[in-house]
Design a protein around this ligand. Structure first.
Ligand SMILES: *Cc1c(COP(=O)(O)O)cnc(C)c1O
Length: 466
């Protein structure tokens, strides 16, 4: 399978190069040139399969040029047997025909494990084959850093350096990153804020000479195609568990960078009957404003109780815009260049086409807390703030009560205890057994000044073969 850029000017690449590349050279994002399509009969035949086998069926067409089937199968079995639930992505019923799909049973308790566990192994596999090494450099304010570290802990050809703002991430989040042992894992606490960390990463990608030409940087952010691919699988799993593909489903997805929900859109295009996708945002609602009024306009970043959805622009939205414009890269490039300068709209018929499938809602902190409390009172079930936004949006946007509505449960409530306190509940969410000793584990991190040369010096000295 070949992959092409959403801005139409970068060369088409195969899977291995897309995996290692991240952003295309024209500033666009890579998407498959054409998608595999499964018949209802074929999808039906997957009913009851273990998660890893279903994952193989859904994903293999994307990677077959790069990885022999048996190796890919083995990789998937290893990954998903590490999740703390036999079904990997269990469904919990909230009400008649309404469910939460728990995507937080992986090592770091957020859905990002689904993709980053796979990404780490894929990178190592391809690098072994090519006899290459990479240094992953990333900045995090929370979930991505820990999931990326966990995903790379066993990689032989990858060193990972994650920058977080010193004393500005929650203790659970810091400990999830700093207690992972491995001599290829490096946590750096920068005496600055998240933007400082991110700027240093960006500048380092722009000029990698500090590495002396002996290795190269790689990115694991959510524009990496392999991350999207891994997220398509659980839409199939949920549907098959609830009577699909012989009935259609609706999904509500807590959304930040539009990665997770874009995977749902792809599942539909690959043949899974999905009649509605709800984009659930917090106060950072650029996507909701677009979906409700065809106006795409950046606004100031707001800090909310659902920090993993605090974004100004959703990078993966470009992949949907590409399809909405008939895969015309030049049109996407134009649109996004204009969007950087001020508000933009798309042609009405294109916007209406999107609205056939997508609805949206924006949920503020107070309503998030009200929803956590309401669901707890109704079901004695605790939602994390991101999932709570999904559930609220699902209830507000539902089109048809006879269609199962599934909200993606993106994080474990124990990861975000502040929101539970704020909601006025006196229950305290407990970390699951495999994490229960998190606060006793030994931490390893290095505190550095907010200074690019110092951070780059640390990287060049500490990667494995330096
Ligand atoms: C990353 C994240 C999201 C947003 O996912 P996107 O793919 O960026 O839309 C939502 N909830 C949690 C808990 C997350 O970690």
């Amino acid at each position: 399978m070949r992959y092409i850029s959403t801005r139409g000017e970068a060369p088409a690449l195969g899977f291995e190069d897309v995996l290692l590349t991240g952003l295309a050279t024209d500033g666009g994002l890579y998407v498959p040139e054409s998608l595999p399509h499964f018949s209802l009969e074929e999808i039906r035949s997957w009913r009851g399969l273990p998660y890893a086998e279903l994952a193989f069926n859904v994903m293999y067409p994307f990677v077959e040029d790069a990885i022999p089937a048996d190796d890919f199968r083995k990789m998937l079995e290893e990954i998903y047997s590490g999740f703390a639930h036999q079904s990997v992505a269990p469904l919990v019923q909230l009400d008649s025909n309404e469910w939460v799909m728990e995507l937080f049973r992986g090592p770091t308790l957020a859905f990002k494990d689904f993709a980053l566990q796979l990404l780490g192994r894929l990178l190592d596999y391809v690098l072994e084959k090519r006899k290459q090494h990479v240094v992953i450099m990333g900045a995090t304010s929370g979930d991505t850093g820990s999931a990326a570290i966990e995903g790379c802990r066993r990689c032989e050809h990858v060193d990972i350096f994650i920058l977080h703002p010193y004393q500005r991430v929650s203790e659970v989040q810091r400990r999830q990153m700093t207690t992972v042992q491995g001599d290829n894992i490096h946590n750096i606490a920068v005496k600055g804020n998240f933007d400082d960390c991110q700027r240093m990463v960006k500048e380092s990608f722009g000029d990698q000479s500090f590495l002396g030409g002996k290795t190269q940087l790689a990115a694991v952010n959510s524009i990496n195609w392999a991350r999207i691919m891994a997220q398509i699988v659980y839409y199939f799993q949920a549907s098959l568990a609830l009577g699909g593909p012989d009935r259609s489903m609706a999904f509500s997805v807590p959304t930040g960078n539009f990665g997770d929900i874009f995977a749902g859109y792809l599942a539909k295009k690959m043949g899974l009957p999905i009649s509605q996708l709800v984009i659930a945002t917090n106060r950072n609602d650029i996507l909701h404003r677009f979906m409700s009024g065809n106006r795409y306009e950046q606004q100031q970043l707001e800090h909310t109780l659902s920090p993993s959805m605090d974004i100004m622009v959703s990078s993966n939205f470009e992949r949907l815009l590409f399809d909405l414009h008939g895969r015309d890269g030049a049109a996407v490039k134009d649109l996004l260049e204009n969007a950087a300068k001020g508000p933009v709209s798309i042609e009405d018929y294109r916007w209406k086409a999107a609205r056939k499938l997508f609805d949206s809602d924006a949920v503020d902190d107070k309503t998030t807390c009200d929803t956590i409390r309401e669901i707890y009172e109704q079901n004695e079930y605790l939602l994390d703030p991101h999932t709570a936004i999904g559930v609220r949006a699902a209830r507000n946007c539902r089109r048809d009560a006879s269609v199962p509505m599934i909200t993606l449960g993106t994080a474990h409530p124990a990861k975000f205890p502040d929101a539970i306190v704020e909601s006025g509940l006196s229950v305290k969410p407990q970390l699951p057994p495999h994490m229960a000793d998190l606060f006793e584990r030994e931490e390893r991190y290095t505190v550095l000044e907010n200074n690019l040369a110092e951070v780059q010096g640390f990287l060049s000295k500490h990667w494995k073969n330096a």
